[in-house]
Design a protein around this ligand. Structure first.
Ligand SMILES: Cc1ncc(C[n+]2csc(CCOP(=O)(O)OP(=O)(O)O)c2C)c(N)n1
Ligand SMILES: [Mg+2]
Length: 323
């Protein structure tokens, strides 16, 4: 990877973390309501996966703010969406779990665990049928890989040799349930091995995630059918803002934070790419300014007008509009 690309990863990871802390702050102040799933600790995974995948359709989960920003969504339209404002990317209708932007081939989060996997299979089937040159990527958690939709998707995507990249973010927890309590395998890639090529990677090492996703994408674009990548990560916060994270010990959290992806990439930038302290400080400042502007934008944006309440909800042509 080129130095500028590695520095861009760092910028986006730092930006993502600042975004998440700002979202937490404004949730607690009452500006954001509904669900909020923070990606703090997992930014290396999110940014590197998006940057390595490049062109193609993306389907993901509710823990998606950093993924959306890394894909190219402006932080201010993501923040405004969380605030429920009309300037938000989904016009304030979707909130945290439904960031959606067809121009970026980003088909959003899904509140249904594993729901995005079957949607991605359908999309991959369409892309194969259309003889598209791009792959489809679906991101899901370790918990989702215990569901029936996941196993059905492995089977049919392999049987039909679909251009689908399964990217499992294994943070070892489904809300408060440790993966070892509910899964036959600790490593979820074991479930995919009978069906397709699998790659395992340290999800707290952004450069390694980048290489793994890029390799899987190349493999799929070469016409080899689907591929499965598993990244071992660790989230720092509770499952959602409503979760106090009391099921993990202080010792477990300490080990988790020692793997911090931002500190790790910073070290790599200095030692392997000879980035200067000044360049790194400038990237951090730029990210902080961007988040400040995003919050200002969200605060100053209007609520959707009540008269638009049913817009994009009912189909006028179908005659089921409520007036
Ligand atoms: C079909 C379905 N079942 C249960 C839930 C409740 N639920 C929301 S998130 C979650 C845990 C998912 O864990 P994982 O897939 O590991 O994702 P992570 O939150 O760790 O990123 C559960 C059980 C849901 N939203 N949808
Ligand atoms: Mg999980």
């Amino acid at each position: 990877m080129k130095k500028t690309a590695a520095e861009e990863l760092y910028y986006l990871m730092y930006l993502g973390r600042k975004f998440e802390y700002a979202a937490k702050e404004y949730y607690l102040k009452g500006n954001i309501s509904g669900f909020l799933h923070l990606d703090i600790g997992q930014e290396g995974f999110s940014v590197a996966a998006m940057k390595a995948f490049k062109k193609g359709d993306v389907f993901t989960t509710y823990r998606e703010h950093v993924l959306a920003i890394a894909r190219g969504m402006e932080p201010k339209v993501v923040m405004a969406e969380l605030f429920g404002k009309e300037s938000g990317v989904s016009k304030g209708r979707g909130g945290s779990m439904h960031l959606f932007e067809p121009k970026l081939d980003f088909y959003g989060g899904d509140a249904i665990v594993g729901g995005q996997i079957v949607n991605a299979v359908g999309c991959a089937y369409a892309r194969k049928y259309q003889e598209s040159e791009n792959a489809v990527m679906v991101i899901f958690g370790d918990g989702a890989s215990n569901g029936g939709a996941f196993f059905e998707s492995l089977n049919i995507s392999s049987a039909w040799q679909l251009p689908l990249l399964f990217l499992c973010e294994n943070n070892e927890y489904a809300i408060g349930t440790k993966i070892t309590r509910v899964s036959h395998f600790e490593k979820q890639s074991n479930k995919a091995k009978p069906y397709m090529r699998t790659i395992e990677v340290d999800g707290m090492d952004a450069l390694a995630v980048y290489e793994a996703v890029a390799e899987a994408n190349r493999y799929i674009l070469d016409g080899n059918g689907p591929c499965f990548v598993e990244a071992m990560t660790c989230r720092y916060e509770g499952h959602s803002i409503a979760d106090a994270n009391s099921y993990r010990s202080a010792e477990e959290m300490k080990i988790c934070k020692e793997r911090d992806p931002i500190q790790r990439l910073k070290k790599d930038l200095i030692e392997s790419f000879s980035s200067s302290d000044e360049v790194i400080a400038n990237l951090e400042k730029k990210a902080e300014d961007e988040i400040e502007k995003a919050v200002e934008f969200a605060l100053n944006s209007k609520e959707p007008d009540v008269s638009t309440l049913y817009d994009n909800v009912f189909c006028k042509e179908c005659g089921n509009v409520v007036s």
